[in-house]
Design a protein around this ligand. Structure first.
Ligand SMILES: NC(=O)c1ccc[n+]([C@@H]2O[C@H](COP(=O)([O-])OP(=O)(O)OC[C@H]3O[C@@H](n4cnc5c(N)ncnc54)[C@H](O)[C@@H]3O)[C@@H](O)[C@H]2O)c1
Length: 93
């Protein structure tokens, strides 16, 4: 089975827990990580062999992820990463 390509938005404490859990799921591949902090992105991308982004839209557009894990703080209104990801056609995430 081809692993599902997963994107992680928010490379903080909860993001770390989800990234580590994904590593243990053979059917999933952490393909891309995103955070507004380039330093955090760099650390996660290196640790998990994922492509790093500091821009959610670029990640959703370029990385061909099929599922997204959100690890950002609550809120953010229309700009919040969860809304952006959910706004995509699931077949075209
Ligand atoms: N820490 C916990 O034990 C815990 C437990 C349960 C739930 N949560 C929830 O999980 C969420 C994250 O908590 P955390 O403790 O991991 O916070 P955190 O501050 O450690 O990590 C959040 C990360 O999201 C990034 N971020 C913020 N806005 C962003 C955006 N628009 N695009 C991309 N990246 C963005 C931040 O730079 C940061 O790296 C919160 O909603 C929190 O309530 C946390």
């Amino acid at each position: 089975m081809t692993p599902v390509r997963v994107g992680l938005i928010g490379c903080g404490k909860v993001g770390q827990i989800h990234a580590a859990a994904l590593r243990g799921i053979p059917e999933a591949e952490l393909a891309a990580v995103c955070d507004v902090s380039a330093e955090r992105v760099g650390a996660f991308a290196g640790r998990y062999g994922a492509r790093g982004y500091t821009d959610v839209d670029a990640m959703l557009r370029e990385s061909r992820v099929e599922a997204v894990v959100i690890g950002t703080p609550h809120g953010g209104g229309r700009a919040c990463p969860g809304r952006k990801a959910a706004g995509r056609d699931p077949g075209r995430l």
